[in-house]
Design a protein. Structure first.
Length: 589
């Protein structure tokens, strides 16, 4: 029988087991503590890295990355507004209609039905599309746009056709909520790039992520713009003119409150015919609809130059006595040419009477006494020898006699022939003549109060004050009577100039212009209206001259825009014509 272990041996074995158990527990506890420390260290590292990243994002990361993070929240193109915040151009999401010839994976025809049927259905959805052009695109192996702007309801109709090759991608489009209003000022956008108007001028500003969140305020006032376009369009259609142009200009700042050119176009749907015309039509004087006649087309503006010539003569001191008579019954003969009036006026006229009756003969004599060099200097100070100052890309270069002017050039320029300028040139010149004598560049961007450019002095303030009297006098007693809106103290001058053509001037083709300012006791705005080749119709008493077609447009326009611009009618106020009335045979005014 085996012997049992002794009590001592059993005690030693038990004690050894306890030691091993304590060691095991000690090692497990140590391992657990190490794991906790490792996890804590890991969390601490992650927290430290996160804090470092947040600090770097907030203080160290470059600005371009910050901008890129916010780009998705910005419109893809900045907004244009009028001077009062009315939206003129906005970006908005839209559908486009795209033909994908590789929509089918089997390499067969991309269309389920015949091309003719699909083209017919698309033409029914979009009546303005040419079915022949649609078929040509559907038969092509190249992907192409069928239409760039598709309304949601029309997109649903296209989807209902069940043609996988007709895709409707979402794109950002440019929308002009006022339609064709101020189209020549705004221009249009194609493929993300601005064209023609302020869309082109401000393209970089409108697409800059750092700036496009802030709308750009233009100088125009949609109320004034709408009234100008309405009256100009009605007047042009009434006399069947080839085209028309108009502008309203702030005389103290140079801001353009309204600018219109006809024919017009819709920037929401620009057609190829809006941008170009055939050579045959161009030869007839027809311009594309997107062509801006205010800033880009130069004209001989005729008798509207006569007040500027008289102002230069008064300012330079060659006219010191307004009562002095000039012979007006015989043509002025010079260099084998004759300067004559369109109708007999009388034997003698003084300077005020020459403006009232618009005498070429007397104005030529005034210009001759002033001298061609002096007149040329004044015309250059008024900016007639260079492109008009405005932001638009299309700015016509004047037809300006080069070098020193001979005597006959000074005489003919004096009554508006021999030099061709834009209507905007004329507006800026008239602003200088009536605002105290300071010429300022025109602008289409809204200026903050007190931020108008200093400009340059052309006429003495006393000359400007005298011209304000003379301009008002023409509307009271002379050819501007049809523009004399009661209570608005309008002053202005007509101009009816024959258009040059092959072999000389064309008597049957006139440019009729009325250049006005109001109110003449404190001029604030210049208004220019021009009609290209008006016809004698019942609306103009069968007359083609500016007194019968352009002046009435101004007479209807000013009462519409005056109150909107803070000029209220007041028939108890007027500029004092007391010293001029006896010179022209009028009573007290």
């Amino acid at each position: 029988m085996a012997s049992q272990p002794s009590f001592a041996a059993q005690s030693r074995r038990f004690a050894g087991g306890r030691v091993r158990l304590v060691d095991y527990r000690r090692k497990s506890l140590l391992t657990a503590r190490l794991r906790v420390l490792m996890i804590a260290a890991g969390f601490l590292f992650i927290a430290t890295a996160a804090m470092a990243r947040i600090t770097w994002l907030g203080t160290v990361q470059p600005a371009p990355s910050e901008i890129s993070m916010a780009e998705a929240l910005l419109p893809p193109r900045g907004e244009l507004t009028d001077r009062n915040g009315v939206p003129l151009a906005r970006a908005f999401p839209a559908y486009a209609l795209w033909f994908n010839p590789r929509a089918m994976d089997d390499g067969g025809s991309p269309l389920v039905r015949p091309v003719e049927d699909v083209a017919r259905d698309l033409a029914a959805i979009f009546p303005d599309l040419d079915p022949a052009e649609i078929k040509a695109k559907l038969r092509s192996n190249r992907g192409s746009y069928i239409r760039r702007r598709v309304l949601p309801e029309d997109a649903n109709k296209v989807m209902a056709l069940g043609e996988l090759a007709l895709e409707l991608p979402r794109e950002t489009d440019r929308y002009y909520p006022q339609g064709s209003l101020a189209a020549h000022v705004l221009g249009f956008v194609q493929d993300g790039k601005g064209h023609v108007g302020m869309e082109e001028v401000l393209n970089a500003r409108l697409t800059d992520p750092a700036q496009r969140s802030r709308p750009v305020a233009l100088s125009i006032d949609v109320r004034v713009q709408g009234a100008l376009e309405d009256e100009l369009s009605r007047g042009m259609l009434a006399v069947e003119a080839l085209g028309a142009a108009g502008i309203v200009l702030d005389v103290d700042s140079g801001e353009v409150l309204a600018m219109a050119s006809f024919p017009e176009f819709d920037p929401n749907s620009v057609k190829p015919s809006d941008l170009t015309v055939s050579p045959e039509l161009a030869a007839q004087g027809v311009m594309p609809a997107a062509f801006n006649r205010v800033t880009n087309q130069v004209y001989e503006l005729g008798s509207t130059f006569k007040p500027l010539t008289v102002a230069a003569a008064i300012d330079a001191g060659s006219i010191t006595n307004l009562a002095r008579p000039y012979q007006s019954s015989q043509p002025v003969r010079i260099g084998g040419h004759q300067i004559r009036d369109s109708h007999p006026i009388g034997a003698y006229l003084n300077a005020p009477q020459s403006l009232i009756h618009s005498s070429n003969i007397v104005t030529a004599q005034i210009a001759d006494e002033l001298g061609p060099d002096v007149l040329r200097r004044y015309m250059m100070e008024l900016g007639f020898n260079e492109r008009p100052y405005i932001e638009l890309p299309g700015r016509g270069f004047p037809l300006w006699p080069k070098g020193n002017w001979p005597r006959i050039t000074g005489m003919t320029v004096g009554f508006g022939h021999g030099v061709a300028v834009t209507p905007l040139h004329l507006a800026s010149a008239y602003a200088a003549m009536v605002n105290g004598g300071i010429w300022r560049p025109a602008t289409l961007q809204k200026l903050e109060p007190g931020m108008a450019p200093r400009g340059r002095r052309v006429f003495k303030s006393s000359t400007s004050a005298r011209m304000n009297q003379l301009m008002r006098m023409i509307s009271v007693y002379g050819t501007g009577r049809n523009a004399n809106a009661p209570g608005f103290r309008v002053g202005g001058k007509t101009g009816s100039a024959e258009k040059p053509g092959a072999g000389g001037y064309r008597r049957s083709s006139l440019v009729a212009t009325f250049a006005a300012a109001f109110p003449m006791d404190r001029p604030r705005y210049v208004v220019i209206v021009m009609l290209d080749e008006p016809k004698g119709t019942a609306a103009s008493s069968y007359q083609r001259t500016a007194a019968w077609n352009a002046a009435p447009i101004v007479g209807r326009l000013i009462p519409r825009i005056g109150p909107q611009l803070g000029v209220l009618p007041d028939e108890t106020r007027d500029i004092d014509l007391t010293d001029l009335a006896p010179l022209v045979g009028g009573g007290e005014h």
